[in-house]
Design a protein around this ligand. Sequence first.
Ligand code: ADP
Length: 488
Amino acid sequence: MNILIASSEAVPFIKTGGLGDIVGTLTQQLAARNHHVKLILPLYSTIDRSQFQMVEKISIMKVQMGTVSMSCRVWQLTTDAAYEVYFIEYNEYFARSSVYGDNNAAYADNGKRFSFFSKAVLELAIQLEFRPDIVHVNDWQTAILCYYLKTWKWEKDFFNKTASVLTIHNLGYQGQTDLSFSSFMGLNWMQMRSEEFESMGGINLLKGGIFYADQVTTVSPTYAKEILSEPGGCGLSAFLIRRQNDITGILNGIDLTEWDPEKDPTIPANYSKSNLKGKKVCKEQLQSTFLLPINEKVPVFAFIGRLVDQKGLALLKNCLDTILSWELQLVVLGSGNPYFASYFGDLPKYHQKKVGSYIGFKPDLAHLIEAGADFFLMPSLYEPCGLNQMYSLRYGTVPIVRATGGLSDTVENYDEKKGTGTGFVFYDISANALEKTIGWALHTWYNDRKSYSAMQRRGMKMDFSWNQALIQYEAVYDKALERRAHWH
Ligand code: ADP
């Protein structure tokens, strides 16, 4: 198939969270299955131009937004990869210090930035004479593209056979934006009904995208069910139920080359499930990096992620006094909400030799933590898929998770009697439930190391390749084409 992928993030170019990982890897994987794939991204100034060689493809490309004709430039990555990558340069929108906002506040014109980008993606496909079978868009940033695809009078009906697939990576972010942008976005009164883009007196880009997409996917089977009721639906459940038959939950795979303890070049020693010696070296290095006592016997619990409410950090904070009175060490890597950033950033001051933290975004450090830690904490309130628990399983770092979304689909609770399971699972959204589960994990570490090691190895054996996911995406693409054929 001809597949056009539009996204605000994709590795290795730009990533702020799981969205970047998934889009980058899915693009590669689809190309490896011989689809013709083009990936289009905004040209942010944060993309390292010295690392990625680009040539100018189109010096002036016009994009019509409402009554405004805008001019942008298009760059193409020079690469021998099996897929093509293009970047839309429009400096007023994308040459900023970060991707979505500064000082913990989203840019006020995000709706304009990304609707312009979405329209530009389709304009570029025409310029390249690339007639896609599928346009695959991701989250609120590119959701409006599904509307442009179906309603804009494209020259020579260029897209009249093209179907759209919208992947929801996280329903917590919907692109709620200002009503005054409607004419710029080309939304008229029809689209501003509550069935389409209107929401709470403003424009909800994700909601409108869901209305127009031929198929909708989300990133795990459990999350696909959770979003059909509240609170999982983040206010959109009633609306999602109307598209229930067009929603598929497909569990993300992981990038098995980037996250491979046997070959990972960023960690001090490699290891495998049959020989875990290298993991001890990684643990030493981790403890020393975070100025913790180097002690193989004391387990290291770790957290990596965006410091936002979703990740269950309040639960961790509320049981911290108790768990830090136990014989363990804690390592935190994250960035985001200033309240959590200062709380977790300051912890090492008050709990020297017990807690280490780094506030910032540091991929190499994430690898060291996955390799060196003994337990990985994901007490998420909700988790569409979650990647870190899969990286942890692969690196022999036993996850402790709340049973939600993709965490439910990937981590099997430890059963002491049967000797099964790959991690420790709790259910209630409560600090007490988390505390008890950390206690249980700690007890297993100190009193039943054999079972701990067996669990570690069971996790390391799991298959997180993209094979299953790709077959499912292809089936969704077929369904989208079928629905498109009947759309008028
Ligand atoms: P989400 O998409 O909600 O952010 P995921 O678990 O799906 O959560 O993916 C997060 C990705 O971002 C993982 O690859 C994780 O390692 C990475 N990540 C998150 N925060 C940091 C950080 N501070 N430094 C390095 N990597 C991070």
